[in-house]
Write a new protein. Sequence first.
Length: 387
Amino acid sequence: MSQLYTYKMPTELFFGRGAAMHTAEKVRELGSDNVVIVTDQGVYASGVLKTIEESLQAGNVTYSIYHDVEPEPTYKGVDEAVKLLKETKATAVIGVGGGSSMDTAKNVAVMGTNEGKIFDYLGFGNIKNKPLPIIAVPTTAGTGSEVTFWAVVGDKEKDIKASVGGWEIMPDTAILDPELTLSVPSHVTAATGMDAFCHAMESYVSKATQPVSEGLSYHAMRLIAGALRKAATRGDDIDAREDMLMGSLIAALAFNVGKLGLSHAFAMPLGAKYKIPHGMVNAIMLPWVMEYNLPAATEKYIEVAKLLGEHVEGLSPMEAAAKSVEAVKRLNADIGITQGLKDWGVKEEELLEIAQKAYQSGNIYSNPRSSRVEDLVEIAKKAMKGL
Ligand code: NAD
């Protein structure tokens, strides 16, 4: 019996070199002429806002800038930016940056029209009033937050990292301009690029994948595998930057419906307590999660091995699938990711608690191989040591 599938994507995608020069047009199309830009200090200092500001000035759009979003952002940035939004009577929000800035912008848009605190809206489908219009402008090629229905928010004192979710916080417009990613430092390009690759890979093998997301996952892996080494080692290679931005976008179009796996289950507790950047957690965990998953999705991993240029002729199915693990380890090493969890301060005796917290993630259920907390402990043990 054939299954029923749905694929919905309400966000307008505006992609290409120079796309940011059209920001004012996109603001006006959403009925606003007064916006708050939400970003972080690194993005602000890099000068990538210049094109956006020039466009807003030329288009007579009033704007103010909040540039203090923290990495692994918290409610604090949301509260401060909402204060600016209310003071300036802005009617739309533009998130410019990586996932930290875009997620904060999405949460600011929620709090522009809803009462209380952002933590009142955690989980999926709990937003009451339609948020303000949101434009997302990614400047890292990683999270794909410009087209997802999640926005992460944390509380550093309480080691909380959680998400607000709902169709309402899908950005109205995503402006993807590869030129804005040229200034991303090599180590950030590497980690965020592996986040995008992990999205593509985990959604490809996920139990929740469906024909549309599976095709998107496969294409995203192809683009990222072809471009990440160049983007991370030759930051000025605009062709590689463009493929990375397209790859991270398409990976998110896939995982938004196809869901993720165990690497992402680990990302929340490891990000919350140890402040390991999100992409770095995924890069460290992915090979060990793949190794664990091989028996449950062998044919898929053989396809991944082939896509990554491995020769699998004459090998048994498990040997061929295992080539994908070696290829991902090599990719990590080539872009400078050689650390293990130990290098980020994780202690062996803390692994059980980490595994228990990871086990609360919904990604446990979409991972291709069923798991127990003990299995997660064993995977994390292997990830303690670097490459
Ligand atoms: P990030 O937003 O924290 O940015 C990383 C660093 O890169 C920052 O220091 C920033 O200043 C710098 N940077 C960004 N663009 C730059 C540029 N063009 N030039 C110079 N420096 C630049 O990192 P991220 O990995 O993009 O986002 C991580 C966050 O996104 C985490 O909180 C993660 O949980 C979340 N996330 C959200 C989703 C979602 O669907 N909403 C998906 C995955 C991850």
